[in-house]
Design a protein around this ligand. Structure first.
Ligand code: PGA
Length: 254
């Protein structure tokens, strides 16, 4: 057993009104009451953060943002800062999700800037990396994962980097019902972890949690999460329903 505490995060994307987010927590919290094996994080839209933070008081649930800007504050219409997330009660933040890279121009460089700012504000960053289908089919998976990992971790010291979590999310597996096989995921995680070791040293690399994301569902959670290299999951679609997400969190350990 690795010493790394698994982290299972719900990425609600652009779903749920504030009232729906509150209702989710009310239904979900009792289903995972007393669960300490895994760290559980809910990432609602910014508009629902306050409701979810209020609803998780006194539970074992944490709240994260889905994105943030790297600037401290300023004239950046439509953006949210790390300080705002922290002040609102978020402890985690997803950075560099492939949907942000694909639709909102996020680059390896902006992911790196955001990572620096998130760490400065004591948020646990969940940094997403992963290859496109064409990249996998073109034999470029390793090259892409190495590039994204190197660039995300640029100019960080081992001391500040301990909180970082990486999520391996093959883009072709997100929302498609296709998952990487447990072996594919484990192989990608090893590539990422070996690069973390080169960037930040073995100690940080061994302690760093690397999650899998991409069509994690109640019926495949156990086979994925029992891989020694997989330290948790970032879950989209299957995290929207309290029963379904609770089944994933309560996966059977083998
Ligand atoms: P999915 O999304 O579980 O719906 O595939 C995962 C993600 O985008 O983080």
């Amino acid at each position: 057993m690795s010493q790394r505490k698994p982290l299972i995060a719900a990425n609600w994307k652009m779903y749920k009104t504030p009232a729906e987010a509150t209702a989710f927590v009310q239904a979900f919290a009792p289903l995972v009451k007393g669960h300490t094996r895994d760290e559980i994080v809910l990432c609602p839209s910014f508009l629902s953060v306050a409701n979810v933070v209020a609803a998780v008081q006194g539970t074992n649930l944490h709240v994260g943002g889905q994105n943030m800007l790297w600037q401290e504050e300023g004239a950046f219409t439509g953006e949210t800062s790390a300080a705002m997330l922290h002040a609102a009660g978020c402890t985690h933040v997803i950075l560099g999700h492939s949907e942000r890279r694909q639709f909102f121009g996020e680059t390896d460089e902006t992911v790196n800037q955001k990572l620096h700012t998130a760490l400065k504000h004591k948020l646990v960053p969940i940094v997403c990396v992963g290859e496109l289908l064409a990249e996998r089919e073109g034999g470029k998976t390793e090259e892409v994962l190495l590039r994204q990992t190197v660039k995300a971790l640029a100019n960080l010291t081992p001391e500040v980097s301990r909180a970082i979590v990486i999520a391996y999310e093959p883009v072709w597996a997100i929302g498609t019902g296709k998952t990487a096989t447990a072996e594919m995921a484990a192989e990608a995680h090893l590539i990422i972890r070996s690069q973390v070791a080169r960037s930040l040293g073995h100690e940080v690399a061994n302690a760093m949690r690397i999650l899998y994301g991409g069509s994690v569902k109640p019926d495949n959670a156990s086979s994925l999460l029992n891989q020694p290299e997989i330290d948790g999951a970032l879950v989209g679609g299957a995290s929207l329903d309290p029963q379904s997400f609770a089944k994933i969190v309560n996966y059977t350990q083998s």
